[in-house]
Design a protein around this ligand. Structure first.
Ligand SMILES: [Zn+2]
Length: 276
């Protein structure tokens, strides 16, 4: 029951997050929404989360321009995440804090995907809420007074080092700021585990995106199988892939696992680390 209430609330919040991400640093949140192509104002029945997009086949009612699937995707994702919080055994205050954290994480992911940058104030708001969450929701087991200040910096440190030593080429400073919140939310051990998981998922996805066509074509070229005009296409690995969404994906999976009594360290046979 409360999963459904939270889920419906998540649909509305997700729809709001779309507006926030779209207008951040561009224009104010207030004001009516219009079609990005023809400017036609949207009626209330065009703004129902997920439903309207599906009913209109992903196109504007007036000009038939395509509407990004990002909108229903963000709404549905937020609804599902909130639903999991609603169905958990947390009491209402931790549930509200968790939903605030999730809303920020969804907004950060989408913004990072669109602009490959994480707004400072969002990363810091997440870090602040995650710090407070240590007292309200002992997500990674018992509240640990030895770690409660240091968990954030400890998890952020490796990403900060990568940013520093690469001059920002391998890692953005925003990712380190994001990891600060992940450390406070999950604790130092699960936090580091989440960062590691993000690298693994990121590597798999990056290879999936970058490898197939250009790499294969070039490999065939060096083997003398393809002609020079196809092989010398000049593909590079420069294409920037944001790391934030991987960090957040990994963080939420681990967070939700612990929320439902699954110890990720146990799943991966790393149980001795739990003593931290
Ligand atoms: Zn239109």
């Amino acid at each position: 029951m409360s999963a459904i209430v939270f889920g419906l609330f998540g649909l509305i919040v997700g729809s709001f997050l779309n507006v926030v991400v779209l207008r951040h640093g561009v224009r104010s949140i207030g004001g009516r929404s219009g079609c990005m192509s023809c400017g036609a104002q949207l009626r209330w029945y065009d703004m129902l989360p997920v439903v309207s997009w599906l009913a209109l086949g992903g196109r504007c009612r007036a000009c038939r321009a395509r509407i990004s699937p990002q909108y229903p995707f963000v709404e549905a994702t937020t609804a599902i995440l909130f639903g999991f919080i609603g169905a958990s055994s947390l009491s209402i205050l931790p549930q509200v804090i968790s939903c605030l954290i999730l809303a920020l994480l969804v907004a950060i992911s989408v913004y990072d995907l669109r602009h490959t940058i994480i707004p400072d104030e969002w990363a810091y708001a997440f870090a602040g809420l995650a710090f407070v969450s240590q007292f309200l929701l002992p997500l990674s087991g018992e509240f640990n007074p030895w770690w409660f200040v240091f968990a954030g910096p400890v998890v952020a440190a490796p990403l900060f080092a990568l940013w520093l030593f690469s001059g920002g080429r391998w890692m953005g400073l925003g990712d380190a700021k994001l990891a600060l919140g992940i450390g406070w939310l999950l604790g130092p051990v699960l936090g580091i585990f989440a960062v590691f998981g993000a690298f693994v998922v990121g590597a798999i996805v990056s290879v999936g995106i970058l490898l197939p066509l250009p790499r294969i074509v070039r490999a065939l070229y060096t083997l003398g199988i393809t002609s020079a005009d196809i092989g010398a296409g000049g593909f590079t690995m420069k294409s920037e892939i944001p790391f934030g969404p991987f960090l957040i994906f990994s963080c939420i999976i681990i967070w939700f696992a612990t929320l439902y009594g699954i110890d990720p360290l146990e799943v991966f046979g790393l149980l001795p680390l739990t003593t931290f």
